[in-house]
Design a protein around this ligand. Structure first.
Ligand SMILES: NC(=O)C1=CN([C@@H]2O[C@H](COP(=O)(O)OP(=O)(O)OC[C@H]3O[C@@H](n4cnc5c(N)ncnc54)[C@H](OP(=O)(O)O)[C@@H]3O)[C@@H](O)[C@H]2O)C=CC1
Ligand SMILES: O=CC(=O)O
Length: 378
């Protein structure tokens, strides 16, 4: 837990300085500062903020960090107009990812209105201070920027431009940021429908799972209207650790699908290795340790390996979504005649896992598809 030792704000008409000394792991220090910084820029978008975090003691038992940030007006002689109001944020889709993302916005002090198909998932956010509206249309109509975090292309399209969808509540001056993982053609269709109302559109799928979503450490892969990207940036920075602007709509979706195609194949290959090591009399826990120390290490292996060895798959990234991403990535590859035999084989394995009732388990449950007969593969 972060322990704030000192928080000292000082303010003048065009210069703000706050310092905080924190006894905590570095990321706790960073998330406090990020939230505060983002809050500042959300309430006063003309403020630029610089951030610096440095260890103050190399020898203390727990690491100590001194966190400093400086916010200063980019137009010193022009204070923001009195009528400048905070951006009203909408959030549609409160599943594994959407809930913590919306929660981080609320905790940072943003004015957030939520909607979810299953209404009960809105309750914890409303308890934290969010407003509730009963349709995507109403959320979009009452907010300046609306984020959507939906399961798949079908649900993303339905919420964006189906009956009482967000597009019906959009108008010039508003923005729609779709952070769901979908294919490029779906994203382009959503963009067209949203933009026909005069509003702006940004696709911004995320890399990073449940924990990074909770910790505000997601990576945003954005494409679309640059001015909406700039408006949304302070909010992306609350929810994430980095953001890429990739140009035209479709590029963000493509980048996300390529990343998840690699991830899905890595997990399938890791599963084969764990089972093979066990069958030849090795301890798979030792295999995980060996991998962790070598060049093929990836955080995914040390995070998921120990529970996979125990046949436990607590859901962070549902297996059905990983299979969806592989399916969409294969479609993308086919559209440009790129052979992807490894991803195609991995996709088959996730399909077997789905057929064995593992859709809602974590994607690491793909290992179960390799246990016993593989007759469903042929
Ligand atoms: N989990 C992860 O680690 C990551 C997931 N992603 C991507 O983010 C997206 C969301 O993932 P995640 O939060 O894990 O998924 P969940 O399955 O937990 O949540 C899906 C959300 O979509 C809603 N939904 C599904 N179908 C419909 C529909 N027909 N109409 C309206 N709403 C619908 C669900 O509503 P309801 O609550 O009513 O079911 C829920 O809010 C997916 O595209 C996924 O690929 C990206 C990075 C990481
Ligand atoms: O899409 C999943 C992720 O971990 O990223």
């Amino acid at each position: 837990m972060a322990k704030i030792l000192m928080l000292k704000p000082s303010c003048s008409s065009n210069h703000y300085l706050t310092t905080a000394s924190i006894l905590s792991p570095q990321n706790a220090a960073v998330s406090l500062t990020k939230a505060t910084m983002a809050m500042c820029s959300s309430f006063c978008p003309r403020i630029n903020i610089q951030f610096r975090a440095k260890p103050t003691s190399r020898f203390s038992i727990k690491p100590q960090f001194s966190v400093q940030f400086k916010a200063f007006s980019s137009q010193d002689s022009n204070p923001p107009p009195k009528d400048e109001v905070p951006t009203r944020i909408g959030f549609l889709g409160l599943g594994i990812m959407g809930s913590p993302m919306a929660q981080n916005l609320i905790k940072a002090g943003c004015d957030v209105t939520v909607w979810n198909r299953t209404k009960s998932k809105c309750d914890p956010l409303v308890s934290l201070g969010a407003k509730y509206k009963s349709s995507p249309e109403e959320v979009a109509a009452s907010c300046d920027v609306t984020f959507a975090m939906l399961a798949d292309p079908e649900s993303a399209a339905e919420v964006a431009y189906g009956k009482h969808g967000a597009a019906s509540g959009m108008s010039p001056g508003k923005g729609y940021v779709d952070v769901s993982t979908v294919d490029g053609p779906t994203s382009k269709l959503i963009s067209t429908r949203i933009k026909s109302s005069g509003a702006l559109f940004l696709e911004a799928p995320v890399s990073g799972s449940k924990k990074p979503a909770e910790d505000g450490q997601l990576i945003f892969l954005t494409a679309g209207d640059k001015s909406l990207y700039e408006t949304a940036a302070p909010f992306l920075d609350i929810m994430g650790k980095s953001r890429f602007y990739l140009g035209d709509v479709g590029n963000g979706a493509a980048m996300k699908l390529v990343v998840n195609m690699i991830m899905g194949s890595m997990m399938a290959s890791f599963s084969e290795g764990l089972l093979l090591s066990e069958k030849v009399g090795l301890d798979p826990k030792v295999l995980v340790e060996v991998i962790t120390q070598g060049a093929i290490n990836a955080p995914m292996y040390s995070m998921k390996g120990p529970s996979m060895v125990q046949s436990l798959y607590p859901t962070a990234f549902p297996l059905k979504h990983q299979q969806k991403d592989l399916r969409l990535a294969l479609g993308l590859a086919e559209s440009v005649c790129q052979p992807t035999p490894i991803a195609a084989a991995a996709n088959e394995l996730y399909k077997v896992a789905k057929s064995r009732g593992l859709s809602d388990d974590d994607f690491s449950a793909v290992i179960e598809a390799l246990k016993g007969k593989l007759d469903k593969l042929s």
